[in-house]
Design a protein around this ligand. Structure first.
Ligand code: IPE
Ligand code: IPE
Ligand code: MG
Length: 253
C-alpha cells in the first residue's frame, strides 16, 4: 500500500485557482463519461482509460473538499454497464479497491465520509469488501460525503424502493395517507441526502443514462465535451462559476 501520496497536502493549486466557497452547490453529481474514447484515441485498451480516470477522481475529490461541497456523487458503474465485455467489467470493478488502497488514509485524514449507492451486494467480493471497509472506516467523518454509485440504476432503485414501501404499507408501518414525496425519498438509496444542485456530465453525451431520475428533478445540468480523464479542476471550477449564475426558480417566478 502506497502511503506517500498525499493529494491534499502537496498541492500548489491554491496558487493557481481561486477556490470559491460562496454559493457552492451542496451536492454535485457527476456522470464520469469518456474513459473508453480517451483510451481508443491513443490506441490503448479501454481499461487504460478507466485507470486514467482515477486520477481525475482524485483531483475532483480534492477540489470538492476545498470548495466545501457537502455531497459528491460519482457515477462509477451502471446497472446497464454489465452489457460490456467481461474483461472491461473486471477492469472497472478492480478500480474501487485500487483507489481506496492508495487514498483511503488521505480521505480519512481529510474528514471525507464514504458511502455507496447502488446494488453493491451483487458486485465481486473484492469490490464490495473494499467499499464496505471504506464506509466503516469513515463512518464518523463529517466532511465531504463521497457517494460512489456502483452497480447503480435509477429505475432499479425506484422499483426497489417501491417494493420496500409496499411491504411497509402491507405491514401497517406506513399508511397511504401519510405517503408523500419526502417519505418516498426516504426509501431511495440517497435517503438523508439533499438532492443534487448540480449535475456534471463529461464526454459530450447529453443524457442521464439512468442516473438519479427522481433526485435530479430540479438540478442544474452542466455538460462538457471534455473526456473524463482530461477533465480538470479548471473545468470543474468553470461549472461552479456557471452554476452561480443560474437562476433556480423551482416553478416559481
Ligand atoms: C465512463 O466511460 C465509465 C463507465 C461507464 C464505467 P466510458 O467507458 O463509458 O467511456 P466512453 O463513453 O465509451 O468513451
Ligand atoms: C454512464 O455512462 C455510466 C457511467 C458513467 C458509470 P455510459 O457510457 O454507460 O452511458 P451511455 O451508454 O453512453 O448512455
Ligand atoms: Mg460512455
Amino acid at each position: 500500500m502506497s502511503m506517500n501520496i498525499s493529494f491534499l497536502k502537496h498541492t500548489h493549486l491554491e496558487e493557481v485557482f481561486h477556490y470559491p466557497i460562496d454559493n457552492t452547490p451542496d451536492h454535485i453529481a457527476i456522470i464520469m463519461d469518456g474513459n473508453g474514447r480517451w483510451a481508443q484515441k491513443r490506441r490503448m485498451p479501454r481499461a487504460a482509460g478507466h485507470k486514467e480516470g482515477l486520477s481525475t477522481v482524485v483531483k475532483i475529490v480534492k477540489a470538492s473538499v476545498k470548495c466545501k461541497v457537502k455531497f459528491l456523487t460519482l457515477y462509477t458503474f451502471s446497472t446497464e454497464n454489465w452489457k460490456r465485455p467481461k474483461g472491461e467489467i473486471e477492469a472497472i470493478l478492480r478500480l474501487p479497491k485500487e483507489f481506496l488502497s492508495i487514498y483511503l488514509p488521505d480521505l480519512i485524514s481529510n474528514n471525507v465520509r464514504i458511502e455507496a449507492i447502488g446494488d453493491i451486494e451483487h458486485l465481486p467480493v473484492h469490490t464490495r469488501e473494499a467499499i464496505k471497509y471504506a464506509i466503516a472506516r469513515t463512518r464518523e467523518n463529517d466532511g465531504l460525503q463521497l457517494n460512489i454509485a456502483l452497480n447503480y440504476g435509477s429505475r432499479h432503485e425506484i422499483l426497489d424502493s417501491m417494493k420496500e414501501l409496499l411491504t411497509d404499507i402491507n405491514n401497517g408501518k406506513v399508511s397511504l395517507e401519510e405517503l408523500d414525496e419526502e417519505r418516498f425519498s426516504g426509501y431511495l438509496y440517497t435517503t438523508g441526502m439533499k438532492d443534487p444542485d448540480l449535475l456534471i456530465r463529461t464526454g459530450g453525451e447529453k443524457r442521464l443514462s439512468n442516473f438519479l431520475l427522481w433526485q435530479l428533478a430540479y438540478t442544474e445540468f452542466w455538460f462538457t465535451d471534455v473526456l473524463w480523464p482530461d477533465f480538470s479542476e479548471r473545468e470543474f471550477l468553470q461549472a461552479l462559476k456557471e452554476f452561480r449564475q443560474r437562476k433556480r426558480r423551482y416553478g416559481g417566478v
